[in-house]
Design a protein around this ligand. Structure first.
Ligand SMILES: [Mn+2]
Length: 308
């Protein structure tokens, strides 16, 4: 299973440079020698954008661009937004046993092989908890301490194929679409809440983690402090994206987005924008709420090295 690590990202032309920043951060923190295979799920990419991904071959990354037929996908799921493509991963990667799915609004800050090698204890899906589960308007009456964020997923594709998971998920979507809140994340929670492995907090530190006390029964204060001190993947959920001007960083690791953006193979104009962002309004706004972790738990990472 460990001959190669399979990663999946979903993007259209508008998100390409975010996906390139994700890849840059992953490659710069990957040193255990296991080859990376990155599957780009897309409704279609311009040739120039596809070439930006393919250029990662020189860093030892195998790139596999999978173009999804939007008409076919819409007929089945009633939408062709790239974020939904992850729902078909067991079918799209028929030869892969496992895959790590990553959103394009994340930065990888630790060795991805550590996430890849986590034990799912017989469950088809592993994910990190999300306090959305505490919100009665959004939790669909699922147990709050089991509600997960779908931006980082570790999937046992073999088991999902055995369980016919894609068909079941599709059936659930068609039957219950009007009750499902938070799009495909809500659907995945509805389908897998009884059969999922809660992964350590460090593998998906979303905006709300630092800003609130821990969710009872999900992670302990110690587990969250450990995650903030040794982050694996940081995820810029919600409206306070670290690339937006006029909004300060609401994520303790918002600054790392700019660091990796400056190392990523993206156009110079975009790099200038992120450099400015970091220097003009790149300071972190702390949370007014009482929580057990301190600002001193946030790591000040040095600027990462160049890709080559
Ligand atoms: Mn996201």
């Amino acid at each position: 299973m460990n001959n190669e690590i399979h990663i999946a990202l979903a993007t259209d032309d508008n998100y390409v440079h975010f996906a390139l920043i994700v890849l840059t951060s992953m490659v710069l923190n990957h040193g255990d020698g296991t080859p990376l295979v990155v599957h780009i799920l897309t409704g279609g990419l311009q040739a120039e954008q596809a070439r930006r991904f393919e250029a990662f071959a020189k860093y030892g990354v195998q790139i596999d661009i999978i173009t999804i037929d939007a008409d076919r996908f819409s007929k089945r799921w009633n939408t062709a937004r790239p974020t939904y493509f992850r729902l078909e991963l067991p079918e799209l990667l028929p030869a892969a046993k496992r895959v790590i799915y990553l959103d394009c609004d994340v930065v990888v800050l630790d060795e991805i092989a550590k996430l890849w090698n986590l034990d799912l204890h017989g469950h088809p899906l592993g994910a990190v908890g999300d306090r959305v589960g505490l919100d009665p308007k959004r939790n669909m009456q699922l147990p709050p301490e089991r509600y997960f964020n779908a931006g980082v997923l570790l999937l046992d594709l073999e088991l999902m194929r055995e369980q016919n998971a894609v068909e079941k998920c599709n059936h659930c979507w068609i039957q219950h679409r009007s009750e499902i809140v938070v799009a495909d994340q809500g659907l995945l929670n509805k389908c897998f809440c009884d059969d999922m492995e809660l992964l350590p907090q460090k593998w998906n530190i979303i905006n709300s983690v630092y800003r609130n006390p821990p969710v009872s029964g999900m992670y302990t204060a110690e587990e969250v402090i450990e995650a903030i001190r040794r982050p694996g993947i940081v995820h810029f959920t919600g409206h306070h994206k670290p690339w937006l001007f006029l909004k300060r960083f609401h994520h303790p690791y918002g600054y790392t987005f700019c660091q990796y953006a400056l190392r990523a193979p993206i156009p110079l104009g975009k790099k200038i924008k992120y450099w400015l962002k970091q220097h003009l309004n790149g300071c972190f706004i702390d949370s007014p709420k009482q929580r057990p972790w301190k600002r001193s738990d946030i790591v000040k990472f040095p600027m990462p090295r160049e890709l080559d």
